[in-house]
Ligand binder design. Structure first.
Ligand code: ZN
Length: 240
């Protein structure tokens, strides 16, 4: 499922380190230090000069997970986009409200999580529209972002998304949390995120929740911040 998984320590990382370290004598080239921030260029918590990444959590809200996920995100000062499954949202309305109150962005992830490209256009419309309505009912706002289940899309699906004013968001980095990745592996994959990129994670794994402190620390060490995903471009940007 993963595509284009970025590796840390690339040429771009080194260029970014150079940029961030302007005026600093020692330039750190190793950016894979994860929880241990570089001694050369410590970045203040509000320094986002390295850019923004989109942390995304799919398939919630889920009893027993969403509250812990939100606590971890808030404790570590990061905001994320939560792609909710419509029927989960309807069945757990208070958790959807909690997501919104915690400052998260809420996206549409279909009503029942089917392989949409194998369904009819009218089923696609129903899956997306019901979810729009349920989330709007709970939060007062209809989502602007849509993530197709399994990342599977088609021209027909894209036309349905356009009809509902939704921007499709896939991902640049797959954390593989759905595939049994350890917390360390999730942290390692997130450490490869570049400015504007989006990582796939899920609301439903304790390994994923446990990765949040180290993901947040690694972003800080690179002068990067967790941003929102722009409905115009589908890329991570500064929160509006
Ligand atoms: Zn999903």
């Amino acid at each position: 499922m993963g595509r284009n998984i970025s590796r840390p320590g690339t040429e771009n990382d080194r260029k970014r380190s150079l940029k961030l370290a302007l005026g600093v004598a020692v330039v750190a080239t190793a950016t894979a230090g994860l929880a241990v921030p570089s001694a050369a260029a410590p970045a203040p918590a509000d320094n986002c000069g390295g850019g923004y990444v989109g942390l995304t959590y799919d398939d919630g809200p889920a009893q027993g997970f969403t509250s812990s996920l939100l606590s971890a995100l808030r404790q570590n000062g990061v905001r994320a986009t939560l792609f909710n499954i419509g029927q989960n949202a309807q069945n757990n309305a208070s958790l959807v409200s909690a997501e919104k109150n915690a400052g998260m962005w809420i996206g549409n992830h279909s009503w029942t999580h089917p392989h949409l490209t194998q369904t009819s256009q009218s089923q696609m419309l129903s899956e997306l529209q019901r979810t729009q309505q349920a989330i709007q009912q709970i939060t007062g706002t209809a989502p602007r972002l849509f993530r197709p289940p399994y990342g599977e899309t088609s021209a027909t699906l894209k036309s349905v998304e356009r009809q509902l004013g939704l921007t499709e968001v896939i991902w640049d980095v797959d954390s593989q949390d759905w595939n049994g990745a350890s917390t360390a592996q999730i942290v390692q994959r997130a450490s490869g995120l570049q400015n504007g990129q989006v990582i796939l994670m899920h609301d439903g794994y304790s390994t994923t929740i446990q990765a949040i402190p180290q993901i947040a620390a690694n972003l800080r060490s690179r002068g990067m911040c967790a941003g929102m995903i722009s409905p115009s471009t589908g890329r991570a940007v500064a929160p509006a």
